[in-house]
Design a protein around this ligand. Structure first.
Ligand code: MV4
Length: 390
C-alpha cells in the first residue's frame, strides 16, 4: 500500500472525519486529495481540482491572467517547438526563461541570455520536465533580472468569499530554499498592498477557492508579476499570523467544517513587523545536512518570540527528511524592533550536538542590506560567495 492508502485506512479505523495535510508531502497532491474526497473524508484545504489547475504552471498562469492578475510577459500557453521558442525570444527580447509546466519552485527552469542559448535552454527544460515530472510541456517568460520574491497570502471560504492577508518578502533564498521571510515586505507600500491584495482576493473568490493559498509574484520596479500559486499553507505563514494576529490553521479548520471565516477584510489590519528564520541542521559553508543527536537544547522566549520546533534534549534528527528543525519567528512594533528581538533570541538559543544555520543568521544581522531590507532574490547567493572568499 502507498502512503495515501495507509492514511485513508487510518481514517477508516479511527473514524477521523478530516485530514490536515501540513505543508509537505501530500498537501499539494491532487491525486491524494481526490482519493480523500472520494472516500467522503474532508480534506482541510482546496479541492483536488484547484490543486490540479495550479499544479500545472501553464493552466495556473492562464487562469490567473483571465482573473485579472498581472503576469510576467511570455508565451500564450505552451511552446510546441524550438522555432516557436526562437521567435518568442526575439519578440520578448532576451534574456528569457524556459520553464517546465509541471515544474515550480525552481525545478525545470532554464535561462536563455541570448538567441544562441535558446536551443539548449528549450531542449534542456523540456527533457528535465519529461524526466522529473513525465511532462515535457514548457512555456517561456521574459526573464526579470533583479526582482524580489513577494507572495500574497489569500484565504477563501469556498463559497465565493475571500480575503488577503498582505504579503511576505521571501527574497532571501539559497538554491530555491527560503532562508528568512518577513511581513510586511520592506519595499511594499500600503497602497501597493491594498491594490495587489484586492486583485488576489478577488481572483480566488471568483473560483470559489477554499482555505489558505499563496500567490507568488516577482516584484521589480514597482510592478507585480504573477509566477505561481501554492495551494497550501506555507512554512513561513507564522509571520503573517504574527502581524495580523490570526491563527491560519484555525481558519483552515473552520472553513473545512463549513463555518465562515472569523474575520472580514476590514478586520485585518497589520500590526508591526515579523521575521522568520529557518533553522536547519546543516553544516556551513556548504549547507550539507547534519543529522544526529541533540545534546543540549534551550529555546528562546519572551514577548514577540515564537519558536516552532519539536526539538528536545536527546532528540535524534533523522537523515531521511529535509533539514528544517526549527522556525524562529519574532514580532515587534516595527522592523527595527523585530531585528533586535531576532538578535537577542538567537543569542539565547542553544542547539548543541549538530551544526545549524544559526551562525548564518547572526552574520546576516550584521549586514547593512539585511538591516535596511535592501535585497533581491540574488542578494543572498552573492553574499555567500563573497563570504567564501574571505
Ligand atoms: C523567474 C525569474 C525571473 N524571471 N521568472 C525561481 C523559482 C520559481 N518559483 C520561479 N523562479 C524564478 N522565476 C522570470 N520570468 C527568477 C526566478 C528565480 C527566483 C524566484 C524567486 C526566488 C528566488 C529565485 C532565485 C532564482 C531565480
Amino acid at each position: 500500500m502507498c502512503s495515501s492508502d495507509l492514511i485513508l485506512a487510518a481514517c477508516e479505523i479511527t473514524g477521523a472525519q478530516a485530514i490536515h495535510p501540513g505543508y509537505g508531502f501530500l498537501s499539494e497532491n491532487a491525486q491524494f486529495v481526490q482519493a480523500v474526497e472520494d472516500h467522503g473524508i474532508t480534506f482541510i484545504g482546496p479541492t483536488a481540482e484547484h490543486i490540479r489547475v495550479m499544479g500545472d504552471k501553464i493552466t495556473a498562469k492562464e487562469t490567473m491572467k483571465a482573473l485579472g492578475v498581472p503576469c510576467v510577459p511570455g508565451s500564450k500557453g505552451g511552446v510546441p517547438d524550438l522555432a516557436t521558442a526562437q521567435r518568442l525570444g526575439e519578440e520578448l527580447g532576451y534574456p528569457v526563461i524556459v520553464k517546465a509546466t509541471a515544474g515550480g519552485g525552481g525545478r525545470g527552469m532554464k535561462l536563455a541570455r541570448n538567441a544562441g542559448e535558446m536551443e539548449s535552454a528549450f531542449l534542456t527544460a523540456r527533457s528535465e520536465g519529461k524526466a522529473a515530472f513525465g511532462n515535457d510541456e514548457v512555456y517561456i517568460e521574459k526573464y526579470l533580472t533583479t526582482p524580489r520574491h513577494i507572495e500574497i497570502q489569500v484565504f477563501g471560504d469556498g463559497k465565493g468569499g475571500a480575503v488577503h492577508l498582505g504579503e511576505r518578502d521571501c527574497s532571501l533564498q539559497r538554491r530555491h530554499q527560503k532562508v528568512l521571510e518577513e511581513a510586511p515586505g520592506p519595499a511594499i507600500s500600503a497602497e501597493e498592498r491594498a491594490r495587489i491584495g484586492a486583485i488576489c482576493a478577488d481572483a480566488v473568490a471568483k473560483i470559489n477557492y477554499a482555505g489558505a493559498g499563496t500567490i507568488e509574484f516577482l516584484y521589480e520596479n514597482g510592478e507585480f508579476y504573477f509566477i505561481e500559486m501554492n495551494t497550501r499553507l506555507q512554512v513561513e505563514h507564522p509571520v503573517t499570523e504574527a502581524v495580523f494576529g490570526v491563527d491560519l490553521v484555525r481558519e483552515q479548520i473552520r472553513v473545512a467544517a463549513g463555518l465562515p471565516m472569523s474575520f472580514t477584510q476590514e478586520d485585518l489590519q497589520i500590526n508591526g513587523h515579523a521575521i522568520e528564520v529557518r533553522i536547519n541542521a546543516e553544516r556551513l559553508p556548504n549547507f550539507s545536512p547534519c543529522p544526529g543527536r541533540i545534546t543540549q537544547y534551550h529555546a528562546p522566549g519572551g514577548l514577540g518570540v515564537r519558536m516552532d520546533s519539536a526539538l528536545y534534549d536527546g532528540y535524534v534528527i533523522p537523515p531521511y527528511y529535509d533539514s528544517l528543525i526549527a522556525k524562529l519567528i519574532v514580532h515587534g512594533r516595527d522592523r527595527t524592533e523585530a531585528l533586535a528581538r531576532l538578535d537577542r533570541a538567537l543569542g539565547e538559543l542553544i542547539v548543541d550536538g549538530v551544526d545549524t544555520t544559526v551562525p548564518l543568521f547572526r552574520a546576516l544581522l550584521g549586514e547593512p542590506a539585511v538591516q535596511t531590507g535592501d535585497y533581491n532574490i540574488h542578494w543572498l547567493e552573492h553574499w555567500l560567495e563573497t563570504q567564501m572568499a574571505v
